[in-house]
Design a binder for this molecule. Structure first.
Ligand SMILES: *[C@@H]1O[C@H](CO)[C@@H](O)[C@H](O)[C@H]1NC(C)=O
Ligand SMILES: *[C@@H]1O[C@H](CO)[C@@H](O)[C@H](O)[C@H]1NC(C)=O
Length: 367
């Protein structure tokens, strides 16, 4: 009897220890997480208070593991969140310190989100390009400096690269166009300079390319128009020059094209006007020539902003056949002649047309 009892007891003990072993963090992952935590300082919310003990996979805030390998798979730390931690503190997150290269010892990690902490500085550790399972890098809204790692193109599974709103400099790494799984690229609001790689169009899976508010120079590569899935292209507020490739107007699903605030010259390709693009901002460039007489029933613009350019001639008659033009702005150009009277323009105010050479008619003065 007693021996059976002891036997059962030890069986239970083994079972319990087995479950706690399988729940436990692999010691190397645990050490890497603790070194990562040690390089950061989060004074207001206590997000790292739970980072103690052996169960990093279940009890540590923002950490999760692969259910089969029990290796750390995700770090998900967002400074703007609905989590009760934030509601209790009545504030958004703030964190200083840097991203420790110890993160690269998490060799099975697939997603690194360290977003909107406002105060994290220092570089993106170069070694992250040796994490072969990485799918998501989201470091938006910090104060990171240095460059996008030159070897980023090694991350063959990467689908999201978001480093927007930091202080990154340097150029777009040439290897980036090797990211054949990349769907979402966001480098907005940094100080990235140099040209957009000529072979940018190799990024065949890309659906959003957001590069605005940097210091990019040179021309818009023609190859961009090979990206079949691209729906949102934002190159605004850079120093890009040269013409608008006409092929942009032939893209299958391109819906938003923002090129405003550059030094783009040459004419507006008629293809852009008859395309499926619904948000087109070409404001504040050096675009010249006539507004193409290419509007038709397919032209449906929620935004068509052509202001602050060097456009001349008349507003084309075909504008009247557009399906819809919401926010329309041709102010600050050299246009002349009568504003066509008809439904697309009925709702517009004078501010859409002011500062031209001799435009006239409603809502401006009669011709
Ligand atoms: C891109 O990938 C190819 C094939 O793996 C490789 O030969 C090339 O060096 C890579 N390009 C860059 C710039 O890393
Ligand atoms: C178009 O771009 C200009 C210049 O960057 C900006 O001021 C304007 O608000 C944009 N237009 C719309 C409708 O968003």
């Amino acid at each position: 009897m007693a021996s059976t009892f002891l036997y059962t007891l030890s069986a239970i003990a083994i079972l319990v220890s087995l479950t706690s072993v399988s729940n436990a963090c692999p010691p190397s992952d645990r050490a890497a997480l603790l070194a990562f935590k040690a390089a950061l300082h989060e004074p207001y919310l206590g997000i790292f208070n739970s980072w103690e003990g052996a169960e990093c996979c279940h009890k540590w805030y923002g950490v999760s593991c692969d259910p089969e390998t029990h290796r750390v798979a995700d770090i998900n730390l967002r400074g703007e969140s609905e989590d009760p931690l934030f509601q209790k503190a009545h504030r958004t997150g703030y964190m200083t310190g840097s991203i420790s290269p110890a993160i690269c010892q998490l060799t099975r990690i697939s997603s690194i989100t360290i977003a909107d902490w406002k105060g994290i500085s220092g570089p993106i550790p170069k070694c992250i390009t040796y994490l072969p399972f990485l799918r998501i890098i989201d470091l938006i809204g910090n104060q990171l400096t240095g460059e996008i790692p030159a070897d980023v193109g090694r991350l063959s599974r990467l689908t999201v690269l978001n480093v927007a709103d930091n202080h990154l400099s340097g150029t777009i790494p040439r290897s980036l166009t090797n990211l054949s799984s990349l769907m979402h690229l966001d480098i907005r609001g940094n100080q990235i300079s140099g040209t957009i790689p000529r072979n940018f169009g190799k990024l065949r899976m890309l659906s959003r390319a957001l590069l605005s508010k940097n210091k990019l120079t040179g021309a818009i590569p023609n190859s961009v128009s090979y990206i079949y899935r691209l729906s949102d292209l934002d190159l605004s507020l850079n120093q890009l020059s040269g013409p608008i490739p006409a092929s942009l107007g032939k893209m299958a699903v391109l819906a938003t094209l923002n090129l405003d605030g550059n030094q783009i010259s040459g004419p507006i390709p008629p293809t852009l006007i008859s395309s499926g693009i619904s948000t087109l901002n070409l404001s504040r460039n050096a675009i010249e020539g006539y507004i193409p007489d290419a509007f038709g029933p397919r032209s449906y613009f929620t935004v068509l902003d052509l202001s602050y350019n060097k456009l001349r001639g008349r507003l084309p008659k075909s504008t009247l056949s557009a399906a819809y033009i919401g926010h329309f702005d041709v102010s600050h150009n050299h246009l002349c002649g009568a504003i066509p009277a008809g439904s697309p323009f009925d709702h517009l105010e004078a501010s859409s047309f002011v500062y031209n050479d001799c435009l006239c008619g409603k809502p401006l003065k009669a011709c």
